[in-house]
Write a protein that binds this ligand. Structure first.
Ligand code: ISJ
Ligand code: GLN
Length: 829
């Protein structure tokens, strides 16, 4: 006899934790789960009711917003109106729970002090789904809560009795220990209908196992109800949702486009690659990435250097993060895959022919395109220890990431475009020849994926040996260690003007912090990573753009050495970008699928303490262990688990490090490590993980989509490459990308005769526990990590120097803050 698997419908309200809940349902229960977004049926209540006929139960998920706003809950609100045989068991989580309580008479109001990423104790009733449960701890993500004549304390008459104001809602759990908000209702059920709900997040990494057991307990009660109230469920396959069908079409079309581009390019020499990586391995002690780059004596105006190895004090970075450096050789005919959010078009471009293939194709899924492209150039049998054999290297902008979550900012890099071509949001160069250094074993890999390229390999080895004999080595080392700071010095030098910058205005930044806080208080966001962009004008150096960029990069490597340092110079049809990066943060890496499945790793950083006089490691530990910093990190850890769960699937994601303190050149940071293996039979690749996890959660806040919408309203323009990712896709199937922070970028098109314009972004996570003054200082601290390379330091200006307008602005700000404090007393310390 066939055992019928029950089906749960999960309604996603655009939360960034949905996939964690789905994973929890699938690992705790023997069921199938289908997912729809809450807005798929918003204007079609009848169709939604019919669709529910395919399911045994529903989980209505958490999300941004307020149940008082129909748009924020979408079709979730139709659940409570089901009648007769249409009724089915529902579990509402957070927003879903609030909407249920509101539908049956309770009020949803703001908490005095929102509780995002806050871990608290649950006092359950010894009844219903909590029968026999002890107290347990859970993670909360909410700004709003249920008001229904709440008891004043645990000692109050009977916290479990039904309140007159909403006689259909039975309280099932409270938090009695929240001194700022008073008792907070954490679970309830409808007195007659099979509707239950929890305010907390059972799926969070910091919710303990008892919290998770609730899912099984709910399911047991749901099944009992179904046994007593049998309903006819349509057991045919569930029709694919409109969203899923659109997505499939879109990806299919994009893969076909890539295949047709590749066909058109088959004749082009630069795309010919072998399936076997050719190469040789040498032992060259103490070789640095810059030395290597200089020894190769490359004359091209493009460069790809991913630098690790030694820190400024001569010590190696840790082995997990800073073991390898990679230099990609970018010849005249190297192909560039470029995609612009504005035109939604992929171009393949080479400097030699200026324009190899341009195909206007609208609405391209650039990741499906890249997947097809990488499959075409897939190689194997390179040296297994070398992480990169060849492939695509470059960057993906923040705005390209926004597009993957269907957020379309008004402006992309187009806004600063000159001429016919837009500045691409994705710019990846096909690197066929490369040299990789393993700094821990002093091994150097000289590699090529071009057919019959032995001559180049021998020539390169000869070149390396020749240049790295003792005498030239010393000279190169000196040049590397003592960057030419002429153009970046802060000391007066009358022969060359100094670089100049404008420190982000603290009044504007602080106003934005307050706007973030109010967005959090209304329930629209749980955490927002606010950023600002600072221009730096540098005088003309009368050298080539590559050489002045490299000088800056050397200086940056010195002032803020970081394991994901990178120097990139990449052309577009009518412009070129130079990127000098000193990022401490790995976004995502994944290993080559071999006999073992590919393993992915994310390393989000959230929680920052600036180094400075009087701040010891112990002080940093105290600060980073505070509830504010831990909440910041927890939210992003849960968000990244969601991103990875979406591709790796239930049971395949683990948090191998939770909130550990790491020390970098100028800051201490709180880091978590989230890992997962991609099941081999799933057909999923690291590129799929990349596509479903941009923009990096540590640069957005949570929930990602709503937070990005809020940030694009608050920030002054597109973030561009800052907040995007930079790294490579390897022909063997691996990849590694850093988060583009602590980075300076310059477009040639912005330079004038007087000099160049670099931009540096900096920011930090804002939560309701933030103090505006501290957040501004944290942002400046991060900005200064990069400005140091220009010999500059941003400081908060003195109030005496303020203009009348600034004083007025400040006055308004103080007033706003006072009003906010009066309205939400919890904010006061
Ligand atoms: C926004 C920046 O950094 C991000 C924000 C951090 C934080 O809020 O603590 C830490 C590291 C980065 O993920 C930046 O460096 O500009
Ligand atoms: N996690 C959630 O579902 C949050 C619900 C609602 N937006 C709140 O902030 O209270």
């Amino acid at each position: 006899m066939d055992i019928i698997r029950k089906r749960i419908l999960y309604i996603d309200a655009y939360d960034s934790f949905a996939n964690n809940i789905i994973a929890l349902l699938k690992t705790s229960l023997d069921i199938d789960v289908e997912v729809i977004s809450h807005d798929e049926y918003t204007s079609r209540e009848d169709e939604f009711h019919q669709y529910l006929g395919y399911f045994d139960a529903v989980v209505a998920g958490p999300g941004p917003g307020d149940p008082n706003c129909a748009e924020d809950v979408g079709s979730i609100r139709y659940l409570w109106r089901l009648q007769g045989e249409d009724i089915l068991p529902v579990l509402g989580i957070c927003l879903g729970f609030q909407d249920m309580c509101q539908a049956f008479g309770a009020k949803v109001v703001r908490l005095d002090m929102p509780r995002h990423g806050v871990v608290s104790e649950v006092q359950p009733a010894n009844m219903d789904i909590f029968q026999g449960f002890p107290k347990f701890t859970v993670t909360n993500y909410h700004s709003l809560h249920i008001k229904m004549d709440n008891p004043c304390s645990a000692a109050d008459l009977d916290p479990w009795s039904i309140r007159q104001s909403c006689p259909q809602v039975r309280p099932l759990a409270w938090d009695f220990k929240d001194s700022r908000n008073g008792p907070v209702l954490l679970a309830a059920r409808h007195t007659e209908k099979p509707f239950w709900g929890v305010q907390y997040h059972p799926e969070s990494i910091c919710t303990d196992d008892v919290g998770n057991r609730i899912i099984s307990s709910w399911w047991k009660s749901a099944m009992q109800w179904l046994n007593q109230n049998p309903r006819r469920v349509n057991r045919k396959p569930v029709p694919r949702s409109w969203n899923q069908r659109k997505l499939d079409e879109y990806q299919h079309m994009s893969s076909r486009l890539a295949a047709s581009h590749i066909d058109q390019l088959k004749a082009v020499e630069a795309l010919k690659s072998t399936k076997t990586v050719q190469g040789q391995i040498l032992q060259l002690p103490e070789l640095t990435a810059i030395e290597l780059y200089q020894a190769l004596n490359l004359s091209d105006d493009e460069a790809i250097i991913l630098r690790s190895g030694k820190q400024a004090d001569g010590k190696l970075f840790n082995e997990e993060l800073g073991r390898f450096s990679i230099v990609g050789i970018v010849d005249q005919d190297a192909l560039h895959i470029q995609f612009s959010v504005h035109s939604q078009q992929v171009n393949i471009f080479s400097r030699k022919t200026r324009d190899v293939v341009r195909q206007a194709a609208h609405n391209v899924d650039v990741f499906a395109y890249l997947e097809e492209f990488m499959a075409h150039i897939h190689s194997n049998q390179g040296a297994s220890e070398s992480p990169f054999w060849g492939g695509l290297a470059g960057f993906i902008s923040y705005e390209a990431g926004l597009r993957t979550i269907n957020t379309h900012p008004d402006c992309t890099m187009e806004s600063s475009t000159r001429g016919r071509f837009v500045r691409p949001d994705v710019n990846l160069v096909l690197v066929q020849r490369s040299v990789v250094i393993d700094h821990f074993t002093d091994t150097v890999y000289v590699q090529s994926i071009r057919p019959e390229d032995d001559e180049w390999i021998q020539h390169t080895i000869h070149q390396l040996r020749h240049h790295l004999d003792l005498a030239s080595r010393t000279a190169i080392q000196m040049a590397t260690r003592m960057p030419n700071t002429n153009s970046i010095t802060n000391k007066p030098n009358h022969s060359s003007p100094l670089p100049q910058t404008i420190t982000p205005d603290w009044i504007s930044y602080t106003t934005k912090i307050l706007a973030c806080e109010s967005a959090i208080r209304t329930g629209s966001s749980y955490e927002l990573c606010l950023t600002s962009t600072t221009p730096i004008h540098t005088p003309s150096t009368h050298t080539t753009p590559l050489s002045s960029g490299l000088t800056l990069f050397k200086s940056l490597s010195h002032t803020n050495s970081a394991p994901f340092s990178a120097f990139l110079r990449i052309h577009t049809p009518n412009d070129a970008i130079t990127i000098a990066s000193s990022s401490p943060e790995r976004f995502l890496s994944w290993s080559r699928p071999t006999t073992k499945p590919s393993t992915c790793q994310f390393r989000p950083i959230k929680g920052t303490v600036r180094k400075g006089p009087g701040i010891s490691r112990a002080d940093a530990e105290t600060i980073l262990n505070s509830s504010k910093e831990r909440a910041e990190n927890l939210m992003i850890t849960d968000l990244i688990r969601h991103d990875l769960h979406g591709v790796a699937g239930p049971g395949n994601v683990r948090v191998s490090k939770l909130m550990q303190i790491e020390e970098y050149a100028t800051v201490y940071q709180l880091v978590s490590v989230i890992e997962g293996a991609l099941p081999q039979d799933s057909g999923q690749t690291g590129i799929d993980v990349l596509a479903s996890s941009l923009p990096p959660g540590s640069m957005t806040g949570a929930p990602k989509r709503r937070s990005c919408e809020i940030l694009s309203m608050l920030e002054d323009g597109p973030r561009g490459i800052y907040s995007g990712v930079l790294g490579y896709l390897d022909v063997g199937g691996g990849g590694d990308f850093s988060v583009v922070i602590r980075t300076a970028c310059r477009w040639d098109g912005d330079s004038t005769e007087e000099g160049d314009v670099w931009t540096v972004g900096a920011g930090g996570a804002i939560t309701v526990q933030s103090e505006a003054e501290d957040e501004y200082a944290e942002m400046l601290g991060k900005l200064n990590s990069t400005l140091g390379a220009f010999g500059l330091k941003a400081e908060k200006g003195d109030r005496e120097d303020w203009t009348k307008e600034q004083r007025e602005k400040y006055g308004r700000l103080v007033k706003m803050e006072r009003e906010m404090n009066e309205r939400f007393p919890g904010r006061r310390k």
